[in-house]
Write a protein that binds this ligand. Structure first.
Ligand SMILES: [Ca+2]
Ligand SMILES: [Ca+2]
Ligand SMILES: [Ca+2]
Length: 610
C-alpha cells in the first residue's frame, strides 16, 4: 500500500471539506426530505429489545402463559420488551447511525395460538386480531405516539411492519383434518358449487375471483364452496374492524404449501387468508393503513407476505396509501414488500415492482448473493450478475437504489449463523471478519442497508425463526444464552447495548461516511471489477449533483488480493474514507488496489495529483 505524503494529505483536505463528522446527527426537521435510499434502517422486534414497563408484560391478561403469552424463559413467548423500552433506547440507535426504525408488527395479536402442547405466542406481532391499536404487551396508543414523536425529534423515521394477507388463526372448518386442512383448489372446488363440482349450486352469477368489481362480489354470498368455515364460540367479535369477523372475506380453501395457486389462496399455517380480490377487503385494508398514517405520521410500510396477495390488490392499495401519505405531508413515504422464496433471484422479486406496482421489495437477491460470496466460496462475479439485474425493476437502476438490502433476518436467521452453517468449524475470529466485511459492503453498496437488531452486538444464533430472535435485554432463554457471540466475551444473559462492540463501531463509522456522501446514499453504481473466484469486487458510485466518484473495493478472499481496477479517467488521487486506499492512480483510468484478507477500501477520487 502506498502511503500518503504530508503534502498530499494537506492538498486533499483543502478540496474535501465534507468529512464524515459533519453528518453525525441527522437534523430533526429534515427527515421528511430524505429519499428512502438515504436511510440506514434498523429492524427490531420490540418484544426482544428493552423492557421499559414490566406492568404490561402480560398484556393485561390474567392466568398462566397459555393465557397471557408471557414466559421470558421460552423462545416462543412474550419476553416483556415494549414501546417504552424502544423509546428509551433511541439514543443508542442514533449513536449506531440509524436513521429509520423498522418495527415488527405492533398491532394487537392473538396472544397464544397453536395445537395443544405446541402453543406459542404472538410476541412477533404477525397474528393480528385488532388492526387499529397496539398490542397491550407492547404498550398503549399514546406510547406509540410518543415513540414516533421521539424518533422524529431525533431525525429518525419510523417504518411499520404491516400485513394484508391474513389475520390471526380464528376461522376453523367443519370438514377435514384440523391439524392441517388440505388445500382445496379453485378447479376442484369452484365458487359455483357447495363442497365440490357435484354439490348444490351456490353463488349464482358470480364470475370468479378475477373480476374484482363490486357487482360481481355482491353475488358471492355463500363461503361454503371448498370448506364450511366457522368462527369458534367466544371469538365471533375478536377481530377489529368488525368486517374482519365475517368468513365471507376470506379464501377458506385450506393451508398453503407455498407454491402454485395455493401460495396466493391458501392459509399460511392456518392464518386466515383474506379474500384480497374482494373490493370490500381492499377498501377495508386501505382504510386501516391510511388511518395509521393520518394518526401518527409514520414514514413507511414494510409489507409482510406480499407475494401471497394478488397483484390487483397492490395495484389498488399502493396508490391509495401513497396519496394519503402525500396529503399528510410525507412526500417520501416508502413501501417495501417481503417477497421471500427459497432461491430468490432479482427477476422474480422485480415482478412485484412492475406488475404489482410496489415501490420497492426487500432485496432478497442481494442477501442471497452475499451469502454465496462470503459463505459458499463463490466468485465475486455473482455480485456483478446481481447488479446487472437492476434494470429489471420498475424504474430500472434508479429504483434499485431504494431497495432495502440486508444480510439476514428474523425468519432465515442471522448472517453470522448462515456463514457458520456454510462453513462448519470456522473460527470465531474469521467469522467476525467475514461478518464485518459483509456489513462494510451492506453499508456502502447500492440500496438502503437494514441492520437486523443484535447483529451489531455480534449475535449469531443457532437457526432461523425463534432461534434468531434473541433478547438485547438480559435473556432468560437457555438456548440463547448458550450461544457464543462474536466480537465480545458477553453472552445474551447480560444486556447487550455495548457501544464499543467492533460491529457497532463499524456500522456507526460507515453510517457517518455514508451520510456525508450523497454518492453512497443515492448515487449511481457502476461495477468496476469482479473475479470468477473469491477475491476483489469493486464498484464506483457517483454524486448525482457534482459527478464526484467514490470507488469501493472489497476482498472476499481469506488471503490478500490485489487488482488493477478501472476508475474515471480524470481521477489522480484518493482520499481514504474507510479501509485501505491507494494514494494515487497507477495511470489515468486505472488504480492498483491491494487489500488484506477480508479487507475493503472506500475511496474518494480527486482529480488533483498528489
Ligand atoms: Ca414490558
Ligand atoms: Ca384459520
Ligand atoms: Ca393470500
Amino acid at each position: 500500500m502506498i502511503k500518503l505524503t504530508l503534502a498530499a494529505v494537506l492538498a486533499l483536505s483543502l478540496v474535501t471539506p465534507a468529512i464524515a463528522q459533519d453528518a453525525a446527527a441527522p437534523s430533526a426537521d429534515s427527515f421528511r426530505a430524505r429519499a428512502p435510499s438515504d436511510e440506514v434502517v434498523y429492524f427490531v422486534l420490540p418484544d426482544r429489545f428493552e423492557n421499559g414497563d414490566p406492568k404490561n408484560d402480560r398484556g393485561g391478561i390474567k392466568g398462566d402463559r397459555l393465557q397471557s403469552g408471557f414466559d421470558p424463559a421460552a423462545k416462543g413467548f412474550y419476553h416483556g420488551g415494549d414501546l417504552k423500552g424502544l423509546s428509551e433506547k433511541l439514543p443508542y440507535l442514533q449513536k449506531l447511525g440509524i436513521t429509520a426504525i423498522w418495527v415488527a408488527p405492533i398491532f394487537k395479536n392473538k396472544a397464544v395460538q397453536g395445537p395443544k402442547g405446541d402453543e406459542s405466542a404472538g410476541y412477533h406481532g404477525y397474528w393480528i386480531t385488532d388492526f387499529t391499536r397496539p398490542d397491550p404487551h407492547f404498550g398503549t396508543a399514546d406510547e406509540f405516539r410518543a415513540f414516533v414523536a421521539a424518533a422524529h425529534g431525533m431525525g429518525m423515521k419510523v417504518y411499520m411492519d404491516i400485513i394484508t394477507n391474513h389475520t390471526a388463526d380464528v376461522i376453523r372448518y367443519r370438514e377435514g383434518d384440523a391439524a392441517n386442512y388440505a388445500y382445496r383448489s379453485r378447479g376442484d372446488y369452484p365458487y359455483s358449487r357447495q363442497g365440490g363440482t357435484s354439490g348444490p349450486a351456490i353463488n349464482a352469477g358470480f364470475k370468479g375471483d378475477e373480476d374484482s368489481s363490486e357487482a360481481n362480489f355482491a353475488r358471492l354470498t355463500n363461503p361454503d364452496y371448498a370448506y364450511t368455515p366457522y368462527v369458534p364460540k367466544g371469538e365471533e367479535h375478536v377481530k377489529v374492524p368488525a368486517w374482519l369477523n365475517d368468513p365471507d372475506y376470506y379464501h377458506n380453501r385450506g393451508n398453503s404449501t407455498f407454491t402454485g395457486e395455493d401460495s396466493r389462496f391458501g392459509d399460511f399455517s392456518g392464518l386466515d387468508d383474506l379474500f384480497t380480490e374482494n373490493p370490500r377487503v381492499r377498501q377495508g385494508m386501505v382504510a386501516i393503513y391510511a388511518d395509521w398514517i393520518k394518526r401518527y405520521g409514520i414514514d413507511g410500510y414494510r409489507i409482510d407476505t406480499a407475494r401471497h396477495v394478488d397483484p390487483g390488490f397492490w395495484q389498488a392499495f399502493v396508490p391509495a396509501i401513497l396519496d394519503t401519505a402525500h396529503a399528510r405531508g410525507i412526500p417520501n413515504f416508502t413501501m417495501f414488500g417481503e417477497v421471500f422464496k427459497d432461491v430468490p433471484d432479482n427477476g422474480y422479486i422485480a415482478q412485484y415492482t412492475r406488475r404489482d406496482h410496489l415501490p420497492a421489495v426487500l432485496d432478497f437477491a442481494f442477501q442471497s448473493a452475499m451469502r454465496e460470496v462470503l459463505g459458499r466460496g463463490k466468485g465475486t462475479v455473482v455480485l456483478n450478475e446481481l447488479y446487472a439485474g437492476d434494470v429489471l425493476y420498475e424504474g430500472g437502476e434508479a429504483a434499485a437504489l431504494n431497495l432495502p438490502t440486508f444480510l439476514g433476518n428474523h425468519d432465515m436467521g442471522r448472517f453470522a449463523m448462515l456463514l457458520k452453517a456454510d462453513m462448519p468449524g470456522i473460527s470465531p475470529d474469521e467469522l467476525l471478519k467475514r461478518v464485518m466485511l459483509g456489513h462494510a459492503m451492506l453499508m456502502t453498496l447500492r440500496g438502503a442497508p437494514v441492520i437486523y437488531y443484535g447483529d451489531e452486538q455480534g449475535f449469531v444464533g443457532t437457526g432461523g425463526d425463534q432461534l434468531a430472535r434473541e433478547d438485547m435485554m438480559p435473556s432468560k432463554v437457555a438456548a440463547y444464552n448458550a450461544s457464543q457471540l462474536i466480537g465480545t466475551a458477553a453472552t445474551t444473559a447480560s444486556d447487550n447495548f455495548d457501544e464499543n462492540h467492533p460491529l457497532f463501531r463499524l456500522i456507526s463509522e460507515l453510517s457517518a461516511v455514508r451520510r456525508a456522501h450523497p454518492a453512497l446514499m443515492h448515487g449511481r453504481q457502476v461495477v468496476r471489477h469482479y473475479e470468477q473466484g473469491p477475491g476483489v469486487f469493486a464498484v464506483s458510485r457517483f454524486d448525482p449533483a457534482s459527478g464526484a466518484e467514490i470507488v469501493l473495493a472489497f476482498n472476499t478472499a481469506a488471503t490478500a488480493h490485489s487488482a488493477n481496477v478501472v476508475v474515471g479517467y480524470d481521477g489522480r488521487a484518493f482520499e481514504t474514507l474507510s479501509g485501505t486506499c491507494p494514494a494515487q492512480v497507477a495511470a489515468p483510468g486505472s488504480a492498483h488496489f491491494e487489500l488484506p484478507a477480508f479487507g475493503w477500501a472506500v475511496c474518494r477520487v480527486s482529480s488533483k495529483a498528489p
